[in-house]
Design a binder for this molecule. Structure first.
Ligand code: SME
Length: 173
């Protein structure tokens, strides 16, 4: 057997970090294919940033949404965390915008038309609809998952249900 550097030894790799993207056009099937893969990516990895980053990447790869990212509760503000998409606003006060409102209300907010949401914060003028899902740690909102689309009316209760399942996989430790 040829000599292997320790970092090349096959047993040191936990799994191949690649995603099986389903070609199904059914949204529930897409989530059902993705969720166990996200669970596998997160399993055994305690690092919060690494896990949030992989959730964003997995969601964006499957759904090709315009922007997917987390804002983390830090004091009385949300601060931009791992995301995929264009550069974004870094700080959002509690109650401000869709993200701050989802934090304050502790519930998922579906925004079919961002222009119709009072106080919506336009990080990008291309965003037309949005969903924000709170992420809880020990009963308190510790982060929000924000997803933006260039299409009006992109998100519905199906997205809310599955995205809520996905954020429950996050372990804050
Ligand atoms: N639209 C959000 C701000 C965050 S960006 O969309 C990435 C809001 O109103 O809270």
């Amino acid at each position: 057997m040829p000599y292997l550097l320790s970092t090349q030894h096959p047993y040191l790799y936990r799994m191949a970090e690649n995603l099986n993207i389903t070609t199904s056009t059914d949204k529930s099937e897409q989530y059902q294919s993705l969720i166990p893969q996200i669970a596998a990516l997160l399993s055994g990895e305690p690092d919060l940033v690494a896990n949030l980053a992989n959730i964003c990447a997995a969601l964006r790869e499957q759904f090709k949404w315009f922007w997917v990212g987390f804002y983390l509760v830090k004091g009385d503000e949300l601060v931009l965390g791992p995301f995929q998409g264009t550069v974004a606003c870094t700080r959002i006060a509690k109650g401000r915008g869709v993200c701050g409102a989802a934090w304050q209300q502790g519930k998922t907010l579906l925004v079919p038309d961002v222009d119709a949401f009072p106080g919506h914060i336009a990080c990008s003028s291309l965003s037309r609809s949005e969903i924000v899902v709170p992420v809880f740690d020990k009963g308190l909102v510790a982060a929000v998952l924000d997803v933006d689309s260039e299409t009006l009316n992109q998100f519905d209760e199906t997205d809310a249900d599955y995205l809520e399942q996905i954020v429950k996989l996050v372990n804050f430790i």
